[in-house]
Design a protein around this ligand. Structure first.
Ligand SMILES: *Cc1c(COP(=O)(O)O)cnc(C)c1O
Length: 405
């Protein structure tokens, strides 16, 4: 017999407990696992109830484009984990980035963004927003002087990514948040590379945090998803109408998979970051590797800032390969990737499986070579997303591939 269970009080639990139980509301069937409500719509006992629901006089689910019980558990759990008041799940990380920016901007507004961005984020900022008469200023994210100058006049939104993809630059969140607020802007942080486990941008003054849940939150290569987090005021009054009417909704099935991902997120991130630190150290001593970029290494130009903002260096390493006299950097990177026997060539990241990609010919191929050079993305640079495998197997694979090169 179905009986409605009281949901447990979840606002006092510690983060690790929240990730397992936060936001769960059991149905009347007393299921252990979060229920998967794979439904597009909802029914009403009476026509009057439908009317009241549409008038928002009563709080209930109406249509899964704007609300679904499984998606709602995911949103509550994400908000608890991030320490924000509210969260909106989205179909992909890009839907989250686009909605977070577009919902609050209009013609005549101004956006300041850092140069080193994920390829599609860069496309939104430099190609799509200007079409709507939004003024864009791009700065070198590591140069506070440039932020200061750009934010010396009225601005509506600041967008950045730290660590950045793929050069793992670190941006001073506190300093940029202060400058953004001085200019009247909201600071939107794409926190994908740091994950909600290692960095909490709100603690440094950010207003809105976005995630591609496709990456570490699923972390097992199964589904797409995204999230926008912020105040109740922002999420309900500004973001909600935008996503309700434009439709980047997170599928209930994907929300359910992502909930399973959240249960093991902390364990995976800790183990993968430990693997990454060990591998970055190992790579630094290898012949054939000319440069290793990893925020957790003392050799990273912003190591100190990274360790102030992040609990560890995360699981991404970028490195450059030495090339022979007669070949260019791209050929060296291709030969190295093709010689790998364990690590997969894939542009995804945050997965339990170690994945490697060559940004110049994949994620950042659309960007002009001069701009790429300005972003520090060299021809022989590869980006490694370190997985959960035995680190000695990863070391051996890299060593044998380097020998083959
Ligand atoms: C992957 C990624 C995105 C986009 O997320 P999708 O889920 O692929 O749409 C945005 N920002 C960063 C930093 C990413 O790595």
């Amino acid at each position: 017999m179905a009986k409605k269970k009281k949901s447990k009080k979840s606002n006092t639990w510690r983060p690790r407990t929240q990730m397992i139980r936060g936001g769960q509301e059991r149905s009347g069937f007393d299921e252990t696992c979060e229920a998967l409500y794979l439904t597009s719509g909802y029914v009403y006992d009476k026509a009057e109830e439908a009317r009241a629901a549409f008038k928002e006089e009563i709080d209930r689910f109406v249509y899964s484009r704007f609300g679904n019980p499984t998606v709602s558990i995911f949103e509550k759990r994400m908000a608890l984990l991030e320490g924000t008041q509210a969260c909106r799940g989205t179909a992909t990380g890009m839907a989250a980035v686009f909605a977070a920016l577009m919902c609050q901007l209009k013609t005549g507004n101004r956006v300041v963004a850092s140069r080193a961005l994920f390829g599609s984020c860069q496309y939104i900022v430099t190609e799509i927003l200007p079409r709507f008469g939004i003024e864009i200023t791009i700065v070198d994210g590591t140069d506070l002087g440039q932020w200061q100058e750009a934010l010396s006049r009225e601005t509506q939104a600041v967008f950045l990514e730290t660590p950045s993809n793929p050069t793992l630059e670190i941006i001073d969140l506190k300093a940029v948040a202060d400058l953004a607020h001085g200019a009247g802007a909201k600071l939107v942080v794409d926190n994908v590379f740091a994950t909600p486990i290692l960095q909490h941008p709100l603690e440094f003054g950010a207003d809105i945090v976005v995630y591609s849940a496709t990456k570490h939150i699923d972390g097992q290569g199964r589904c797409m998803g995204g999230a926008v987090l912020g105040t109740t005021e922002f999420c309900n009054d500004i973001l909600k109408p935008f996503v309700r009417h434009t439709g980047p909704a997170l599928s209930p099935f994907n929300a359910w998979v992502l909930l399973k991902g959240l249960e093991t997120l902390e364990l995976r991130i800790e183990a993968q970051s430990n693997n990454a630190l060990e591998l970055a150290t190992y790579l630094s001593g290898l012949e054939g590797v000319t440069k290793v970029i990893y925020p957790g290494l003392a050799s990273h130009p912003q190591h100190e800032l990274a360790m102030k903002q992040m609990a560890s260096g995360s699981n991404l390493i970028s490195f450059e390969l030495a090339c022979g006299d007669s070949e260019d950097g791209k050929e060296a990177a291709f030969r190295f990737q093709n010689a790998l026997e364990l690590i997969d060539i894939s542009n995804n990241l945050g997965d339990t499986k170690s994945l490697i990609t060559h940004p110049v010919t994949t994620t950042h191929q659309r960007i002009e070579p001069e701009e790429r050079a300005r972003m520090g993305i060299g021809e022989s640079l590869v980006r490694l997303s370190v997985g959960l495998e035995d680190v000695d197997d990863l070391k051996e694979d890299i060593a044998q591939a380097l020998k083959a090169v």
